[in-house]
Design a protein around this ligand. Sequence first.
Ligand SMILES: *Cc1c(COP(=O)(O)O)cnc(C)c1O
Length: 298
Amino acid sequence: MHNQELYFPFLKEKGISLWVKREDLIHPKISGNKYHKLKYNLLEAQRSGYTTLLSFGGAYSNHIAALAFAGKEKGFRTIGVIRGEELQQRWQDNPTLRAAHTQGMQLHFLSREDYRKKEEATLLFKLRAQFGDFYLLPEGGTNSLAVRGCEEILTGEDAHFDVICSCVGTGGTLAGLANSARPGQRILGFPVLKGGFLKDSIRNFARKNNWNLVPDFHFGGYAKVNKGLVQFMNLFKEQTGIPLDPIYTGKLFFGVLEMIKQDKFEAGTSILIIHSGGLQGIPGMNAVLKKKNLPLIH
Ligand SMILES: *Cc1c(COP(=O)(O)O)cnc(C)c1O
């Protein structure tokens, strides 16, 4: 996808050149990085003769939404195993699950306790007994084929950037960026989850040591948002025309701009931010914000 330059007066003052890779424009409902993560997995599923794809996710999961849309496009039956039994009664109120279902995805709800066993053989055996054989994608979609797809995010036109910034959920996207970066380029990952377990799982897939995590901008953890973040996202969209999502890219862009203001980058640095998408999650988050009497995302 093409890169778009940002023009804020403070960037000029600090001598920073800042660009955005608009992976959010790849597809309105498939998050850009999920498109890359699914690409080789769907080819492999096809090649191995599978007709059904199954994966796991929470109620607002970009991965589940992407799987439903991409699976339909490629002619697969899709099954989404969703965390939270209570959603069985009211999944129609959830925009992500409703959209996935409209794409033909069959939704299967598990209690939180059962969901935690998603990598255990007994649960997978039960699911195969119920749904027949399927090509399994892990929660969040990260495996070695997903990382290979994410190695295609950076292209030749990105070779001159000094720093590349990306959101981190499972770290598959970050690993792909790290593997395909040119010598001398640094990858900064902004985790949206609290906790230190990430580094080991990234090392499983990243072949280089050219990356660091910036743990300061998760805003309290996964799917946690506050008024300041929403106001930042709305102002950013007004000023740049670029919409951000509340779970991933809002926090990333806030963090990068904050680091520039705090002089964390030398004058002359050119930075590329990967806008990985996630915009399908906005209506769901707005319903939550409305209940809490917080400002809504425009
Ligand atoms: C899933 C997702 C991420 C995180 O990707 P990982 O490969 O799991 O780290 C980042 N941004 C968006 C918009 C996503 O949907």
